[in-house]
Write a protein that binds this ligand. Structure first.
Ligand code: RUQ
Ligand code: CUA
Ligand code: CA
Length: 656
């Protein structure tokens, strides 16, 4: 069965479109607006002529239509009661959250609110979550919008260690840390001096101390350049705007340092030896307008020598900007021409690259061309050679630059030497062999680097494979985040879900094995073996300094107009069946759930006062609100907990 065909029985919004026509239509729709920015295919291409460019058929595209469509691997559709074998952590985009998916089924298990309030759990309602999110002087939330793009987890010995995940907020330049024992966000840091915080990546070991074989830093790239400081002066001089690359400490979540660069930052990658971090740059032009950002034929991937940068900070060779105390070192081109002292190096990459991904063997970073139909393979040992004065030109670290197809964005790996790159404009994933590409680039024109092509539906952005960002890439499953789902799901009005497609990559050919819709608008994700996490289902009372350990310790205390109400829960009752306060009081309500049973979560809702939150087993949560209207208010449990869940109530009397 062709994956291109809408099944005859399915309703289609555009039944008149023939199959190749539809692909062409989508293609041209996606190209519109990129216009003249697209680089032409300009060197010998290898089965890499863009699909749909002439005939609508993809060359070497047997992956698109030749498969029976059945996977040889077990586990895509677990039977009822069966568990998935992998976790997936998905960014939620401008829903501001992180989603947990079971893989390979693609079933959504949890949403972890980070930057944006969440009504299910009371994120942004409880005092504890507001403290993480950040408040203004009046106690209200500083921000209620977010834009998460990239989720990555902490490492030990080149694999995930199950401690933390990190996610960026592009709108307000914040980074969130998620504890992977409880799947909750526990820290958010706002990064100074930047806008458009996009790429993020943890380091994988220490750049200096060999013994530290785990993540201690996270790096952040900023896309948008700004006047420094951004205080209203120099706004009309975009040529003086600058972007910064930032390093954050993972334990304190404080910003350690920033690096002033030329151009901007897009995605970020880190090396397995901890020595290098890099960011792709699409705007080396420093342009403030669309056309200016596409004027240069080549942009760059900027490499940071972490140990030297941190030595420069220690030596006091830095500046600060405005109110920020964060040390900023100089990583501009002009100040870093001597390799022996350089803090940064700019490797040239064709026109407006996007993703940069580290191969699991630790040897290469691969930059996807976006406006160029190419991927650029950079050998890290050679970058280090340049810093050591052993390589005369930094661009000699480029060991391959090969054509893949139109609109390459991101690359994943199978751990067997193959790379998988999304082609946004071609709506394909191309599987290619890195060693063969290096041979081809080195002059061996018989080297066949394209292994397979697979049509996906439609316009893929990120993709990732199981363990792809670790030394343990296992080459089993690939997920593809398709930005447009078009006709793949029942129509629901103008807003379409995205289409996450699951691909079996265990064999030579890619096999498309599943579609599932996701609520907008995930960007990136990671997939890893379930054994890597040991989540806890019940909190410890001691995790909460304000826990009420015994119902007898509950009750009301008053201090002027400030009233504290403490109660516990044990299904199906609150320890206080009623409590009395006065009009005008500022009430702080603290609830400890004393139930120890897994899955026994209670809610607490108070009508008319915008209070609703949950308390998980052995958790303590609190809210503070002002009671401005006398009357009886039935507080009730919102989270189904017991046969007598509806009876689980309390009364708040507000006296006039
Ligand atoms: S970016 S579609 Cu926000 Cu991750 Cu590449
Ligand atoms: Cu407690 Cu429902
Ligand atoms: Ca550019």
């Amino acid at each position: 069965m062709s994956q291109d065909k809408t099944p005859a029985t399915a309703p289609s919004a555009t039944p008149e479109l023939t199959v190749p026509g539809r692909r062409r239509f989508l293609n041209s729709a996606a190209v519109a607006g990129l216009g003249a920015g697209l680089a032409a295919c300009n060197s010998g291409s290898q089965s890499a002529a863009p699909a749909g460019a002439a005939s609508g058929a993809a060359p070497a595209a047997s992956g698109g239509s030749g498969h029976a469509g059945t996977s040889s691997q077990p586990g895509l559709h677990p039977k009822p009661g069966e568990l998935d074998t992998y976790y997936g952590l998905w960014s939620g985009g401008h829903t501001g959250d992180v989603r947990v998916l079971g893989m390979p089924s693609g079933r959504e298990i949890l949403r972890i609110p980070c930057f944006v309030p969440d009504a299910l759990v009371g994120w942004g309602i409880t005092n504890e979550s507001k403290k993480v999110m950040g408040t203004k002087a009046d106690g209200s939330l500083r921000y209620t919008v977010g834009d998460t793009h990239h989720v990555h987890a902490s490492y030990k010995d080149g694999d995930y260690d199950g401690r933390y995940a990190f996610v960026n907020d592009k709108i307000n330049s914040r980074i969130a840390r998620i504890r992977l024992d409880y799947f909750v966000c526990d820290k958010i840091t706002e990064i100074p001096n930047i806008q458009g915080f996009h790429g993020i990546f943890p380091d994988k070991r220490d750049p200096v101390d060999e013994k530290i074989n785990y993540t201690t830093r996270v790096f952040a790239g900023a896309e948008f350049h700004l006047p420094l400081p951004n205080d209203g002066k120099g706004m009309d001089k975009p040529e003086t705007y600058r972007a910064l690359f930032t390093c954050i400490d993972v334990e304190t979540m404080n910003v350690r340092w920033q690096a002033l660069i030329d151009g901007n930052c897009d995605l970020v990658a880190t090396s397995y030896d901890g020595k290098l971090a890099a960011s792709n740059q699409y705007n080396t032009e420093g342009g403030a307008h669309f056309a200016e950002m596409m004027s240069a034929e080549r942009d760059a991937c900027v490499f940071f020598h972490i140990a030297r940068i941190e030595q420069a900070v220690k030596d006091g060779k830095f500046k600060t900007y405005g109110d920020s105390k964060v040390p900023v070192v100089d990583c501009t081109r002009k100040s870093n021409e001597d390799p022996k002292t350089a803090l940064a190096a700019y490797v040239s990459v064709p026109k407006n690259p996007h993703g940069v991904n580290a191969s699991p063997d630790g040897k290469y970073f691969i930059c996807s061309g976006k406006l160029s139909p190419t991927a650029t393979v950079i050998e890290l040992a050679k970058v280090l050679d340049w810093f050591d004065g052993k390589l005369d030109k930094i661009d000699k670290a480029i060991v391959a630059e090969v054509e893949l197809g139109l609109g390459p964005l991101h690359t994943a790996f199978d751990g067997r030497g193959n790379a998988f790159t999304t082609l946004f404009l071609d709506s394909q994933v191309v599987k290619w062999n890195v060693d063969a590409a290096i041979k081809f680039h080195g002059g061996d024109k018989t080297a066949k680097y394209v292994v397979d092509r697979l049509d996906v539906h439609y316009q893929p952005g990120h993709l990732n494979a199981s363990g792809s960002e670790t030394a343990k890439a296992d080459g089993k499953w690939l997920a593809v985040g398709c930005k447009f789902s078009k006709d793949r799901f029942l129509p629901v009005g103008p807003l379409h879900p995205e289409n996450e497609q699951i691909v079996d990559i265990s064999g030579e050919k890619m096999i498309l094995t599943g579609d599932h819709p996701v609520r907008g608008e995930p960007h990136d994700f990671i997939i890893f073996k379930r054994e890597l996490l040991r989540p806890k289902q019940v909190y410890s009372l001691d995790d909460f300094p304000n826990a009420i350990k015994d119902p007898k310790d509950g009750g009301i205390t008053r201090n002027g107009k400030k009233v504290t109400v403490k109660m516990t829960t044990q299904a199906p009752a609150y320890s206080l069946p009623e409590f009395t306060v006065k009009k005008g009081d500022e009430v702080t309500l603290i609830i400890t759930n004393l139930d120890k049973v897994e899955d026994l979560t209670h809610g607490f809702a108070i009508p008319k006062f915008n209070v609703n939150f949950i308390v998980n087993p052995q958790e303590t949560a609190s809210v503070t609100f002002v009671v401005d209207k006398p009357g009886v208010y039935w507080c009730y449990c919102t989270h189904f907990c017991h046969a007598l869940h509806l009876e689980m109530r309390s009364r708040m009397f507000v006296e006039a």
